[in-house]
Design a protein around this ligand. Structure first.
Ligand SMILES: [Zn+2]
Length: 339
């Protein structure tokens, strides 16, 4: 088992098979300003240019030691291709959706023809191919994207989406099914381009925004459809304190569940999951990885491994101003843990 490749180790860990040591990587966004400067691939340009997109992603594997390459750096690629307006952000601010195609009702809603040729989708698929060529077959590639719940709310606006969830269940379910179909198509195109793992971030599915009852009765079946229709290992990331829905998340069919430090106890979370899913996380991106210091990062990382995380990772997207040194500290901590 000492000869496990990074890809074998990460896939095995997510599938619940035995590994020689816990892998360390990020299933959430990895772009940091320090590396943008180092390799000349700044945001916002590197969101749209496949070469720059690949370059920055590879940098945060080769230079930090994180054991996967993760693309892209936002949750707006599919939303934009589906008709949302996007503000591309700045060097240290991620792109965000600024206008929605179906804010009032779903009249005229239909899948764009040639969806995969819209917006930046080909840039992402091109970047995945470049990454594979450069890192070879043994380094895992994580394709990141918005989940179906977040896409549905981007298409309709958070306000309408919330309102429909309470008062117009037909519209709510209709936009969710539509979004699920689009996310599956896009995810499988990333798998075909070379992604080994699809990691969706679905912040709008958080108990901070949607009730646990909604999650169980309406969202869960869409997430199940996603995981069963995507031809790769899948990871579900939901922000915030997900304890009220963790049991339901475990039944969504994803190999990995990526969670924040806000869940509190890793041990308790592992008990809830049982053998239904593996836990990915949960070093605080804003409160530990961004400010450091290195000693604190190492202490928390070793504790997370001791408590049973299956993949050591940031709890959420890495803050762009995070120093490279702090990401390296997670890797060092993992190595010291097994020394
Ligand atoms: Zn998050």
């Amino acid at each position: 088992m000492g000869d496990m490749t990074l890809k074998d180790r990460l896939l095995s860990a997510l599938e619940g098979k035995q590994v020689d040591k816990v892998p360390v990587c990020s299933v959430t966004q990895t772009g940091i300003v320090e590396l943008m400067d180092e390799v000349g691939a700044p945001w916002p340009e590197s969101h749209s240019d496949p070469e720059l997109l690949a370059k920055l992603a590879i940098a945060n594997h080769e230079l930090s030691g994180l054991e996967a390459v993760r693309v892209p750096y936002c949750l707006t690629v599919l939303a934009e291709a589906m008709g949302c307006e996007v503000n591309m952000g700045t060097k240290n601010r991620q792109p965000s959706v600024t206008a929605h195609p179906y804010p009032k009702d779903l009249e005229g809603m239909e899948m764009p023809e040639n969806l995969l040729d819209k917006g930046r989708i080909q840039a992402v698929l091109g970047a995945i191919k470049i990454v594979r060529e450069r890192v070879g077959p043994d380094v895992p590639i994580v394709g990141g994207m918005e989940g179906p719940v977040t896409l549905a709310s981007d298409l309709s606006s958070v306000k309408s989406f919330m309102k429909w969830s309470l008062k117009k269940p037909e519209l709510f379910e209709q936009v969710l099914d539509f979004a699920a179909e689009a996310t599956i198509t896009y995810a499988n195109s990333m798998v075909e381009a070379g992604a080994d793992i699809i990691a969706i971030a679905d912040p709008v599915a958080s108990p901070d925004l949607m009730s646990p009852d909604s999650f169980k009765n309406v969202l869960q079946s869409r997430l199940q459809k996603f995981s069963s229709s995507v031809n790769s290992v899948t990871v579900l990331h939901i922000c915030g304190n997900v304890n009220p829905v963790l049991d339901y998340m475990a039944d969504c069919g994803f190999e990995g569940l990526s969670v924040e430090e806000k869940i509190g106890s890793v041990k308790k979370a592992k008990e809830i999951l049982g053998d239904r899913a593996r836990l990915v996380g949960n070093i605080s991106s804003p409160f530990t990885l961004l400010p450091g210091p290195v000693d604190k990062i190492k202490t928390e990382a070793k504790q997370a491994i001791a408590d049973g995380v299956d993949v050591l990772a940031p709890g959420c997207g890495i803050a762009p101003m995070t120093p490279l040194e702090n990401l390296k500290a997670m890797v060092v901590a993992r190595d010291e843990y097994y020394a």
